[in-house]
Design a protein around this ligand. Structure first.
Ligand SMILES: Cc1ncc(COP(=O)(O)O)c(C=O)c1O
Length: 424
Protein backbone atom coordinates (compact mmCIF):
# COMPACT_ATOMS: atom_id res chain seq x y z
CA UNK A 1 0.00 0.00 0.00
CA UNK A 2 1.43 3.40 -0.94
CA UNK A 3 1.96 6.10 1.68
CA UNK A 4 -0.84 8.60 2.14
CA UNK A 5 -0.19 11.85 0.34
CA UNK A 6 -2.74 14.51 1.27
CA UNK A 7 -1.89 16.51 -1.84
CA UNK A 8 -2.46 13.70 -4.32
CA UNK A 9 -5.40 13.85 -6.71
CA UNK A 10 -7.13 10.82 -5.11
CA UNK A 11 -6.76 12.39 -1.68
CA UNK A 12 -8.35 15.60 -2.83
CA UNK A 13 -11.27 13.72 -4.36
CA UNK A 14 -12.08 11.90 -1.10
CA UNK A 15 -14.53 13.62 1.17
CA UNK A 16 -13.89 13.94 4.91
CA UNK A 17 -16.69 11.49 5.59
CA UNK A 18 -15.28 8.95 3.17
CA UNK A 19 -11.83 9.24 4.75
CA UNK A 20 -13.11 8.88 8.28
CA UNK A 21 -15.33 5.96 7.39
CA UNK A 22 -12.39 4.29 5.70
CA UNK A 23 -9.71 4.96 8.32
CA UNK A 24 -11.33 5.63 11.69
CA UNK A 25 -12.57 2.75 13.86
CA UNK A 26 -16.37 2.99 13.80
CA UNK A 27 -17.00 3.12 17.56
CA UNK A 28 -19.38 6.03 16.93
CA UNK A 29 -22.42 6.17 14.71
CA UNK A 30 -21.68 9.64 13.36
CA UNK A 31 -24.15 12.19 12.09
CA UNK A 32 -23.39 13.21 8.49
CA UNK A 33 -22.02 16.59 9.55
CA UNK A 34 -18.49 17.82 8.95
CA UNK A 35 -17.64 20.80 11.11
CA UNK A 36 -14.86 23.15 10.22
CA UNK A 37 -14.88 26.04 12.64
CA UNK A 38 -16.80 27.63 15.48
CA UNK A 39 -17.15 30.84 17.44
CA UNK A 40 -18.98 30.91 20.76
CA UNK A 41 -22.17 28.91 20.36
CA UNK A 42 -21.97 29.08 16.57
CA UNK A 43 -20.56 26.33 14.34
CA UNK A 44 -20.00 26.13 10.60
CA UNK A 45 -19.76 23.03 8.48
CA UNK A 46 -17.56 22.48 5.44
CA UNK A 47 -20.22 23.89 3.14
CA UNK A 48 -20.41 27.08 5.22
CA UNK A 49 -23.80 26.29 6.79
CA UNK A 50 -24.25 27.82 10.25
CA UNK A 51 -25.48 25.91 13.30
CA UNK A 52 -26.20 26.77 16.93
CA UNK A 53 -24.34 24.30 19.10
CA UNK A 54 -26.38 23.65 22.23
CA UNK A 55 -24.78 20.24 22.67
CA UNK A 56 -21.46 21.78 23.66
CA UNK A 57 -19.48 18.75 22.46
CA UNK A 58 -21.40 16.69 25.07
CA UNK A 59 -21.09 19.16 27.95
CA UNK A 60 -17.46 19.99 27.22
CA UNK A 61 -17.22 23.40 25.58
CA UNK A 62 -17.86 25.43 28.73
CA UNK A 63 -17.00 28.69 26.97
CA UNK A 64 -18.12 27.79 23.46
CA UNK A 65 -15.84 27.47 20.47
CA UNK A 66 -12.61 29.39 19.92
CA UNK A 67 -12.95 31.50 23.04
CA UNK A 68 -10.28 34.20 22.51
CA UNK A 69 -9.03 34.10 26.11
CA UNK A 70 -8.69 30.32 26.03
CA UNK A 71 -6.91 30.51 22.67
CA UNK A 72 -4.53 33.08 24.15
CA UNK A 73 -3.96 30.97 27.27
CA UNK A 74 -3.14 27.92 25.14
CA UNK A 75 -0.71 29.96 23.06
CA UNK A 76 0.97 31.55 26.08
CA UNK A 77 1.33 28.35 28.08
CA UNK A 78 2.35 26.29 25.04
CA UNK A 79 5.14 28.71 24.34
CA UNK A 80 6.42 28.24 27.93
CA UNK A 81 5.78 24.62 28.90
CA UNK A 82 3.37 22.04 27.48
CA UNK A 83 4.43 18.91 29.34
CA UNK A 84 7.00 17.83 31.89
CA UNK A 85 5.47 14.61 33.42
CA UNK A 86 4.30 14.15 36.96
CA UNK A 87 7.81 13.54 38.23
CA UNK A 88 8.19 17.27 38.83
CA UNK A 89 6.44 20.25 40.37
CA UNK A 90 4.79 22.95 38.24
CA UNK A 91 2.76 26.07 39.04
CA UNK A 92 -0.43 25.63 36.95
CA UNK A 93 -1.16 22.20 38.51
CA UNK A 94 -0.54 23.55 42.00
CA UNK A 95 -2.91 26.46 41.46
CA UNK A 96 -5.62 24.40 39.79
CA UNK A 97 -5.59 21.81 42.58
CA UNK A 98 -5.92 24.61 45.13
CA UNK A 99 -8.79 26.15 43.13
CA UNK A 100 -10.69 22.84 42.92
CA UNK A 101 -10.19 22.22 46.64
CA UNK A 102 -11.37 25.78 47.32
CA UNK A 103 -14.59 25.16 45.37
CA UNK A 104 -15.25 21.72 46.82
CA UNK A 105 -13.82 21.10 50.30
CA UNK A 106 -10.68 20.15 52.22
CA UNK A 107 -8.71 17.52 50.35
CA UNK A 108 -6.38 16.94 47.42
CA UNK A 109 -6.71 16.44 43.68
CA UNK A 110 -5.49 13.73 41.31
CA UNK A 111 -5.23 14.82 37.68
CA UNK A 112 -5.94 12.71 34.61
CA UNK A 113 -7.23 13.19 31.08
CA UNK A 114 -10.84 12.07 30.84
CA UNK A 115 -13.96 11.10 32.72
CA UNK A 116 -13.30 7.39 32.41
CA UNK A 117 -9.87 7.88 33.94
CA UNK A 118 -11.26 10.00 36.75
CA UNK A 119 -13.70 7.23 37.62
CA UNK A 120 -11.01 4.59 37.29
CA UNK A 121 -9.14 6.47 40.02
CA UNK A 122 -12.32 6.41 42.13
CA UNK A 123 -12.57 2.63 41.72
CA UNK A 124 -8.94 2.19 42.71
CA UNK A 125 -9.40 4.49 45.69
CA UNK A 126 -12.37 2.39 46.85
CA UNK A 127 -10.51 -0.91 46.33
CA UNK A 128 -7.47 0.33 48.16
CA UNK A 129 -9.59 1.75 50.95
CA UNK A 130 -11.46 -1.53 51.45
CA UNK A 131 -8.53 -3.84 50.81
CA UNK A 132 -7.49 -4.70 54.35
CA UNK A 133 -11.04 -5.44 55.44
CA UNK A 134 -11.70 -7.52 52.32
CA UNK A 135 -14.21 -4.98 51.01
CA UNK A 136 -14.18 -4.24 47.30
CA UNK A 137 -17.73 -3.88 46.03
CA UNK A 138 -19.03 -0.61 44.61
CA UNK A 139 -22.74 0.04 44.30
CA UNK A 140 -23.83 2.27 41.41
CA UNK A 141 -27.20 3.34 40.02
CA UNK A 142 -29.33 1.76 37.35
CA UNK A 143 -29.11 3.89 34.20
CA UNK A 144 -25.79 5.43 35.25
CA UNK A 145 -22.83 5.99 32.93
CA UNK A 146 -19.26 6.05 34.17
CA UNK A 147 -17.04 5.56 31.13
CA UNK A 148 -15.79 2.98 28.68
CA UNK A 149 -12.80 1.33 30.37
CA UNK A 150 -13.30 -2.28 31.47
CA UNK A 151 -14.05 -1.23 35.05
CA UNK A 152 -16.04 1.73 33.73
CA UNK A 153 -18.46 -0.46 31.80
CA UNK A 154 -18.75 -2.73 34.81
CA UNK A 155 -19.74 0.33 36.87
CA UNK A 156 -22.36 1.55 34.38
CA UNK A 157 -25.91 0.71 35.31
CA UNK A 158 -26.64 0.03 31.64
CA UNK A 159 -26.42 -3.52 30.34
CA UNK A 160 -25.90 -2.43 26.72
CA UNK A 161 -22.38 -1.05 27.31
CA UNK A 162 -21.21 -4.41 28.72
CA UNK A 163 -22.53 -6.63 25.97
CA UNK A 164 -19.94 -9.04 24.53
CA UNK A 165 -17.10 -7.70 26.67
CA UNK A 166 -17.13 -10.44 29.27
CA UNK A 167 -15.83 -11.55 31.59
CA UNK A 168 -16.91 -8.30 33.24
CA UNK A 169 -14.78 -6.79 36.02
CA UNK A 170 -16.33 -8.11 39.23
CA UNK A 171 -17.39 -6.07 42.23
CA UNK A 172 -20.18 -3.81 40.95
CA UNK A 173 -23.88 -3.89 41.84
CA UNK A 174 -26.67 -1.65 40.61
CA UNK A 175 -29.66 -0.22 42.44
CA UNK A 176 -32.34 2.23 41.23
CA UNK A 177 -31.40 5.88 41.78
CA UNK A 178 -33.25 7.61 44.63
CA UNK A 179 -34.34 4.34 46.23
CA UNK A 180 -32.62 4.20 49.60
CA UNK A 181 -34.28 0.94 50.66
CA UNK A 182 -32.91 -0.74 47.54
CA UNK A 183 -29.43 0.51 48.40
CA UNK A 184 -29.65 -0.91 51.91
CA UNK A 185 -31.00 -4.20 50.56
CA UNK A 186 -28.09 -4.51 48.13
CA UNK A 187 -25.51 -3.83 50.85
CA UNK A 188 -23.09 -6.62 51.72
CA UNK A 189 -20.12 -6.99 54.06
CA UNK A 190 -17.94 -6.59 50.94
CA UNK A 191 -19.36 -3.20 49.99
CA UNK A 192 -16.65 -0.53 50.03
CA UNK A 193 -18.34 2.38 48.27
CA UNK A 194 -21.35 3.90 46.56
CA UNK A 195 -20.91 5.86 43.33
CA UNK A 196 -23.62 8.07 41.84
CA UNK A 197 -23.96 10.94 39.39
CA UNK A 198 -25.60 14.02 40.90
CA UNK A 199 -27.60 14.18 37.68
CA UNK A 200 -27.49 11.20 35.36
CA UNK A 201 -26.48 12.48 31.93
CA UNK A 202 -26.21 9.60 29.48
CA UNK A 203 -29.08 7.93 31.34
CA UNK A 204 -31.45 10.72 30.24
CA UNK A 205 -31.07 13.64 32.73
CA UNK A 206 -32.27 12.22 36.04
CA UNK A 207 -31.25 14.18 39.17
CA UNK A 208 -30.62 12.57 42.53
CA UNK A 209 -33.03 13.90 45.14
CA UNK A 210 -31.66 15.90 48.10
CA UNK A 211 -33.13 13.32 50.50
CA UNK A 212 -31.36 10.49 48.73
CA UNK A 213 -28.03 12.31 48.72
CA UNK A 214 -28.31 12.92 52.45
CA UNK A 215 -29.44 9.35 53.17
CA UNK A 216 -26.54 7.89 51.18
CA UNK A 217 -24.12 10.24 52.92
CA UNK A 218 -25.36 9.22 56.34
CA UNK A 219 -25.53 5.53 55.53
CA UNK A 220 -22.04 5.29 54.00
CA UNK A 221 -20.66 7.15 57.01
CA UNK A 222 -22.34 4.66 59.36
CA UNK A 223 -21.05 1.74 57.32
CA UNK A 224 -17.58 3.24 57.02
CA UNK A 225 -17.86 3.04 53.25
CA UNK A 226 -16.93 5.74 50.74
CA UNK A 227 -19.49 7.98 49.08
CA UNK A 228 -18.18 8.70 45.58
CA UNK A 229 -19.75 11.06 43.08
CA UNK A 230 -19.34 11.22 39.32
CA UNK A 231 -19.49 14.91 38.38
CA UNK A 232 -18.04 14.40 34.92
CA UNK A 233 -21.10 15.67 33.09
CA UNK A 234 -23.14 17.47 35.76
CA UNK A 235 -20.24 19.30 37.43
CA UNK A 236 -18.28 22.44 36.68
CA UNK A 237 -20.95 25.09 37.30
CA UNK A 238 -23.40 23.53 34.83
CA UNK A 239 -26.13 23.48 37.47
CA UNK A 240 -25.18 26.92 38.78
CA UNK A 241 -22.72 25.54 41.34
CA UNK A 242 -19.29 24.00 40.94
CA UNK A 243 -20.57 20.58 42.00
CA UNK A 244 -24.10 19.47 41.21
CA UNK A 245 -24.79 18.28 44.77
CA UNK A 246 -24.13 21.85 45.95
CA UNK A 247 -27.04 22.96 43.81
CA UNK A 248 -29.26 19.95 44.41
CA UNK A 249 -28.97 20.40 48.17
CA UNK A 250 -29.39 24.16 48.14
CA UNK A 251 -31.62 25.23 51.00
CA UNK A 252 -31.78 21.70 52.42
CA UNK A 253 -30.97 21.14 56.05
CA UNK A 254 -27.32 20.23 56.56
CA UNK A 255 -26.40 21.23 53.02
CA UNK A 256 -23.39 23.26 54.12
CA UNK A 257 -21.82 20.28 55.85
CA UNK A 258 -22.49 17.86 53.02
CA UNK A 259 -19.39 16.49 51.32
CA UNK A 260 -18.89 13.26 49.44
CA UNK A 261 -15.59 11.41 49.98
CA UNK A 262 -14.34 11.75 46.42
CA UNK A 263 -15.56 13.22 43.12
CA UNK A 264 -14.65 12.49 39.50
CA UNK A 265 -14.59 15.43 37.09
CA UNK A 266 -13.74 16.02 33.40
CA UNK A 267 -15.60 17.41 30.37
CA UNK A 268 -16.18 21.18 30.93
CA UNK A 269 -13.19 21.40 33.28
CA UNK A 270 -10.85 21.94 30.33
CA UNK A 271 -13.34 23.89 28.18
CA UNK A 272 -12.52 21.53 25.31
CA UNK A 273 -8.96 20.74 26.27
CA UNK A 274 -8.80 17.10 27.47
CA UNK A 275 -8.62 17.09 31.24
CA UNK A 276 -9.89 15.04 34.15
CA UNK A 277 -9.55 15.38 37.90
CA UNK A 278 -10.52 13.62 41.09
CA UNK A 279 -11.08 15.52 44.29
CA UNK A 280 -10.49 13.34 47.35
CA UNK A 281 -11.51 14.34 50.86
CA UNK A 282 -8.69 15.13 53.27
CA UNK A 283 -9.45 11.99 55.27
CA UNK A 284 -8.68 9.73 52.30
CA UNK A 285 -6.43 11.86 50.13
CA UNK A 286 -3.20 9.98 50.88
CA UNK A 287 -4.57 6.48 50.20
CA UNK A 288 -3.28 6.58 46.63
CA UNK A 289 0.35 7.06 47.59
CA UNK A 290 3.49 6.92 45.41
CA UNK A 291 3.45 4.00 43.00
CA UNK A 292 -0.24 3.13 43.47
CA UNK A 293 -1.61 5.12 40.55
CA UNK A 294 -0.49 7.55 37.90
CA UNK A 295 -0.69 8.84 34.35
CA UNK A 296 1.86 10.34 32.01
CA UNK A 297 -0.30 13.15 30.71
CA UNK A 298 -2.59 13.92 33.68
CA UNK A 299 -2.47 17.57 34.71
CA UNK A 300 0.01 18.94 32.19
CA UNK A 301 0.91 22.62 32.62
CA UNK A 302 -1.06 23.30 29.44
CA UNK A 303 -4.24 21.49 30.51
CA UNK A 304 -4.09 23.05 33.99
CA UNK A 305 -3.52 26.56 32.66
CA UNK A 306 -6.60 26.20 30.47
CA UNK A 307 -8.75 24.85 33.30
CA UNK A 308 -7.57 27.61 35.64
CA UNK A 309 -8.39 30.25 33.05
CA UNK A 310 -11.80 28.70 32.49
CA UNK A 311 -12.56 28.82 36.21
CA UNK A 312 -11.34 32.41 36.36
CA UNK A 313 -13.64 33.41 33.48
CA UNK A 314 -16.63 31.61 34.97
CA UNK A 315 -16.13 33.50 38.24
CA UNK A 316 -15.37 36.87 36.68
CA UNK A 317 -18.32 36.76 34.29
CA UNK A 318 -20.63 35.06 36.79
CA UNK A 319 -21.33 32.26 34.36
CA UNK A 320 -22.49 30.05 37.23
CA UNK A 321 -25.30 32.55 37.75
CA UNK A 322 -25.91 32.59 34.00
CA UNK A 323 -26.21 28.79 33.97
CA UNK A 324 -28.73 29.07 36.78
CA UNK A 325 -30.83 31.94 35.37
CA UNK A 326 -30.70 31.16 31.68
CA UNK A 327 -31.12 27.46 32.44
CA UNK A 328 -34.28 28.24 34.39
CA UNK A 329 -35.62 30.40 31.55
CA UNK A 330 -34.78 27.75 28.95
CA UNK A 331 -36.46 25.09 31.05
CA UNK A 332 -39.60 27.20 31.38
CA UNK A 333 -39.70 27.79 27.63
CA UNK A 334 -39.20 24.10 26.94
CA UNK A 335 -41.91 23.22 29.45
CA UNK A 336 -44.29 25.52 27.58
CA UNK A 337 -43.39 23.76 24.34
CA UNK A 338 -44.06 20.42 26.05
CA UNK A 339 -47.57 21.71 26.77
CA UNK A 340 -48.06 23.07 23.25
CA UNK A 341 -46.67 20.01 21.48
CA UNK A 342 -47.78 17.38 23.96
CA UNK A 343 -48.17 14.76 21.26
CA UNK A 344 -44.43 14.98 20.61
CA UNK A 345 -42.88 16.06 23.90
CA UNK A 346 -43.47 14.35 27.20
CA UNK A 347 -41.53 16.41 29.73
CA UNK A 348 -38.41 18.46 30.42
CA UNK A 349 -35.98 17.52 33.19
CA UNK A 350 -32.77 18.91 34.59
CA UNK A 351 -31.25 21.90 36.31
CA UNK A 352 -29.31 24.89 35.02
CA UNK A 353 -27.75 24.28 31.63
CA UNK A 354 -28.15 20.53 31.81
CA UNK A 355 -31.61 19.89 30.43
CA UNK A 356 -33.29 16.94 28.79
CA UNK A 357 -36.52 16.88 26.83
CA UNK A 358 -38.18 13.50 26.63
CA UNK A 359 -40.08 12.56 23.51
CA UNK A 360 -43.37 10.74 23.58
CA UNK A 361 -43.17 6.99 23.15
CA UNK A 362 -44.50 6.60 19.62
CA UNK A 363 -44.24 9.40 17.08
CA UNK A 364 -44.68 8.17 13.48
CA UNK A 365 -42.38 10.87 12.02
CA UNK A 366 -39.57 9.78 14.35
CA UNK A 367 -40.00 6.05 13.92
CA UNK A 368 -37.80 4.60 11.25
CA UNK A 369 -35.94 1.42 10.61
CA UNK A 370 -32.70 1.09 12.54
CA UNK A 371 -32.99 4.54 14.14
CA UNK A 372 -34.38 5.45 17.54
CA UNK A 373 -36.59 8.55 18.00
CA UNK A 374 -33.90 10.55 19.85
CA UNK A 375 -31.47 10.09 16.96
CA UNK A 376 -34.05 10.88 14.32
CA UNK A 377 -35.12 14.03 16.18
CA UNK A 378 -31.48 15.09 16.61
CA UNK A 379 -30.97 14.68 12.87
CA UNK A 380 -34.00 16.84 12.10
CA UNK A 381 -32.74 19.47 14.53
CA UNK A 382 -29.30 19.59 12.93
CA UNK A 383 -30.85 19.78 9.45
CA UNK A 384 -32.60 22.89 10.77
CA UNK A 385 -29.35 24.25 12.22
CA UNK A 386 -29.56 23.27 15.89
CA UNK A 387 -27.11 20.83 17.48
CA UNK A 388 -28.46 18.82 20.41
CA UNK A 389 -27.28 15.56 21.98
CA UNK A 390 -29.43 12.43 22.02
CA UNK A 391 -29.63 10.40 25.20
CA UNK A 392 -31.04 6.90 25.24
CA UNK A 393 -33.91 6.23 22.88
CA UNK A 394 -36.18 9.19 23.70
CA UNK A 395 -34.31 12.14 25.19
CA UNK A 396 -32.72 15.21 23.63
CA UNK A 397 -30.13 16.98 25.75
CA UNK A 398 -29.31 20.68 25.94
CA UNK A 399 -25.72 21.01 27.27
CA UNK A 400 -24.72 24.43 25.93
CA UNK A 401 -21.74 26.60 26.83
CA UNK A 402 -22.08 28.32 30.20
CA UNK A 403 -21.74 31.70 28.48
CA UNK A 404 -24.79 31.14 26.28
CA UNK A 405 -26.72 34.37 25.83
CA UNK A 406 -30.47 34.81 26.03
CA UNK A 407 -30.84 35.82 22.37
CA UNK A 408 -28.89 32.73 21.32
CA UNK A 409 -31.09 30.52 23.49
CA UNK A 410 -34.16 32.23 22.01
CA UNK A 411 -32.92 31.59 18.47
CA UNK A 412 -32.33 27.94 19.36
CA UNK A 413 -35.90 27.69 20.67
CA UNK A 414 -37.27 29.10 17.41
CA UNK A 415 -35.41 26.38 15.48
CA UNK A 416 -36.51 23.76 17.99
CA UNK A 417 -40.15 24.76 17.60
CA UNK A 418 -39.92 24.88 13.80
CA UNK A 419 -38.81 21.24 13.85
CA UNK A 420 -41.64 20.32 16.22
CA UNK A 421 -44.08 21.95 13.79
CA UNK A 422 -42.60 19.88 10.97
CA UNK A 423 -42.96 16.67 12.97
CA UNK A 424 -46.57 17.36 13.91
C1 LIG B 1 -21.17 10.92 34.02
C2 LIG B 1 -20.07 10.49 33.12
N1 LIG B 1 -19.02 9.83 33.64
C3 LIG B 1 -17.99 9.45 32.87
C4 LIG B 1 -17.97 9.69 31.52
C5 LIG B 1 -16.80 9.26 30.69
O1 LIG B 1 -16.06 10.37 30.34
P1 LIG B 1 -14.99 10.31 29.13
O2 LIG B 1 -15.78 10.11 27.89
O3 LIG B 1 -14.28 11.61 29.19
O4 LIG B 1 -14.11 9.16 29.42
C6 LIG B 1 -19.04 10.37 30.94
C7 LIG B 1 -19.07 10.64 29.49
O5 LIG B 1 -20.07 10.91 28.91
C8 LIG B 1 -20.12 10.79 31.76
O6 LIG B 1 -21.15 11.45 31.26
Amino acid sequence: MSAWNPNSETAKQKSTMELMDQYVVPTYRRFPLVFQRGRGVELWDEAGKRYLDLGGGIAVNALGHANPEIVQTIQDQASKLIHISNLYYQRPQAELAAAIVGETGPGKVFFCNSGAEANEALFKLARRYGHEAGRFEIITATGSFHGRTLAGIAACGQEKVRQNFGPITPGFRYVPLNDFEALKAAWSPSTAAVLIEGIQGEGGIHPATPEYLKQVREWTRQQQALFLMDSVQCGFYRTGKFQSYQRLLEGAEGADDFLPDAIGMAKSLGAGFPMGAVWIHRQYSDILGPGTHGTTFGGTPLACAVALKTMEIVKRDQLDQNARDLGQWLKEQLSQLCGQYSRILKEVRGIGLMLGVELQEKIPALTGEGIVPSLKATELMSDAGLILIPSGTHTLRFLPPLNLKQDEAAEALIIFESVLKGIS
